[in-house]
Design a protein around this ligand. Structure first.
Ligand code: GLC
Length: 531
């Protein structure tokens, strides 16, 4: 068992570590390949922990590394309490955790409670069982509708495209809100609850600091699995009230361990007030706040997101999270316009995010300013693409470029197999090594921004005041004495009166212009009040 030491800068605060942590998402298969099979692995992550420490993050979230047939890149799990041999062993995991803790980094692991892999022993037993048999009761098996039961039991659609039901040999159907290789578990079944409790304890006993809960809003379905009525505000497959009972149980489990263990929900719910229900004092510690990641590049839109977020989480006594990027969405640089403006805007948005009270999540490669990579159709792996349900998420999952002039850019050792997703030929200037040597690079900027957050934000209050709404301009005040200004417009603007150029702390682009009293387009800057 490994217990995280307190980091120096955290020990002064009585608040739990996660309230203002910066957490870095490691997409394990694409982070660092230690054994040359072209796939990232746990020893690879361990070898790169000093990089994350030097970057200045507080915690690391590891995407699923459990045994999996990889029909959804590891979110199809056959055994929650083991490590996929291609990615390492349990001993490698323990080594990673101990090394992270020695560096003062917390570790969060991903759990996938909504579904298993179709190759999970439970599902294999369910397939072998008869209709109505006990092994089927852990999943949602139903008879179909229409003549001979030839139509799915209801009209729900898979998130990845196509019907959410697949028919098995004896004519019954099973529910899968994602790929057909990811059958949904029935959380009414006591085995399901008991097994997950075991899984949580298994990782908590090893010393993990928390969990990221995959599809946290999907576990409970409306009784009777009714059709979705087109136009209805609520969908019977998602965000059902019963799900909160499960998280009350998990809260008790986490509370039984020392060291502020936590869980963060992946719950794509709207509006933010629905998200806040997962954050009630006896439920989960955090939920990803996806509102910003879904907002266009606009100071007005950002202002709306910030306001709505605090309005939602404050009454619950919770603290917000901020997320601009993850392994499911188009990378920020590309979303914000690519070319020259994309990276500038991504820097500016990040700088605003990092001054806000709450915790921030970064996705690997965001600190390098990686754009969405083009992945040729023949090389794609993502089921959303293969099932025709979306543009595909492979382009944000391409392995990290560490060094060198050509693929695999130090992701794998020399002589290794090709990376599991191809890297673009023009990423030499985006490698960690190249950017570390370049004071103007995105990486240098992110390191400076994280250092500035540690230095200037940690002792500030947990409230912000938003300046008067003006098109293109966002002004955020965090008492006492920190002001952030963002110009999302296309022309330079005079600084607001109370942003004193003499107090400029950090700026996402042209510091000389800001010092002269104007904020350039696509730029954010922090100012410290005099005195
Ligand atoms: C979550 C994951 C995503 C996965 C899905 C199904 O949304 O982030 O990558 O495909 O759940 O498990």
């Amino acid at each position: 068992m490994s217990v995280a030491p307190e980091r120096g800068q955290l020990s002064e605060a009585s608040a739990p570590w996660w309230r203002d942590a910066v957490c870095y998402e490691v997409y394990v298969r694409s982070f660092a390949d230690s054994d040359g099979d072209g796939v990232g692995d746990l020893p690879g992550v361990t070898s790169r922990l000093p990089y994350l420490h030097d970057l200045g993050v507080d915690a690391v979230w590891l995407t699923p590394f459990y045994p999996s047939p990889l029909r959804d890149a590891g979110y199809d799990v056959t055994d929650h309490r083991d490590v996929d041999r291609r990615l390492g062993t349990l001993a490698d995991f323990d080594g990673l955790l101990a090394a992270a803790h020695r560096l003062g980094l917390r570790v969060i692991v991903d759990v996938v409670p909504n579904h298993t892999s179709s190759e999970h022993p439970w599902f294999q037993a369910a397939l072998a069982d008869r209709a109505g048999g006990p092994a089927r009761a852990r999943y949602h098996f139903r008879d179909g509708r229409g003549r001979g039961g030839a139509r799915p039991p209801n009209n729900w659609q898979s998130r990845f495209g196509g019907p959410a039901w697949t028919r098995v040999g004896d004519g019954q159907w099973y529910l899968h809100l994602f790929d057909a290789a990811q059958p949904d578990l029935d959380w009414q079944h006591p085995d399901v609850r008991a097994d997950f409790e075991r899984t949580l304890r298994w990782w908590l006993d090893r010393g993990v600091d928390g969990f990221r809960i995959d599809v946290a809003h999907g576990l409970c379905k409306a009784a009777g699995l009714p059709d979705w009525r087109p136009g209805a505000a609520d969908h019977p497959a998602w965000d059902q009230p019963e799900v909160h009972e499960i998280y009350r149980d998990w809260h008790r489990t986490l509370g039984g361990y020392a060291g502020d263990r936590m869980a963060v929900a992946e719950a794509w719910v709207r509006p933010p007030a629905r998200m806040a229900r997962y954050l009630r004092p006896d439920e989960l510690q955090q939920a990803f706040n996806f509102a910003w990641l879904q907002a266009p590049w606009s100071a007005t839109a950002f202002r709306g997101v910030i306001e709505a977020t605090y309005d939602a989480v404050d009454p619950a006594g919770a603290s917000p999270t901020w997320v601009l990027s993850n392994h499911d969405v188009v990378r920020t640089v590309t979303r914000y316009g690519d070319g020259a403006v994309g990276p500038a805007r991504a820097r500016a948005a990040l700088l605003v995010m990092l001054m806000l009270p709450g915790s921030a999540y970064l996705y690997q490669g965001e600190e390098l300013g990686l754009p969405q990579a083009y992945v040729a159709p023949g090389a794609r792996r993502d089921p959303t693409w293969l099932r025709g349900g979306g543009v595909g998420r492979d382009g944000c999952r391409v392995p990290v470029p560490w060094a060198g002039g050509e693929p695999p850019y130090g992701f794998s050792p020399p002589g290794a197999a090709e990376p599991w997703l191809p890297q673009p030929p023009d990423w030499a200037r985006l490698t960690v090594a190249a950017e570390l040597g370049e004071p103007g690079s995105m990486l240098s900027f992110v390191r400076a921004a994280l250092a500035a957050r540690r230095e200037h934000c940690r002792r500030l209050g947990s409230r912000v005041a938003l300046g008067r709404s003006r098109p293109g301009l966002l002004v955020v005040d965090r008492a006492p004495g920190l002001t952030c200004v963002l110009n999302s417009g296309s022309r330079a603007r005079p600084l607001p009166r109370y942003a004193d150029p003499a107090g400029l702390l950090i700026c996402s682009s042209n510091a000389a212009a800001v010092a002269g009293g104007r904020i350039p387009p696509n730029t954010a800057a922090w100012f410290q009040a005099a005195g």
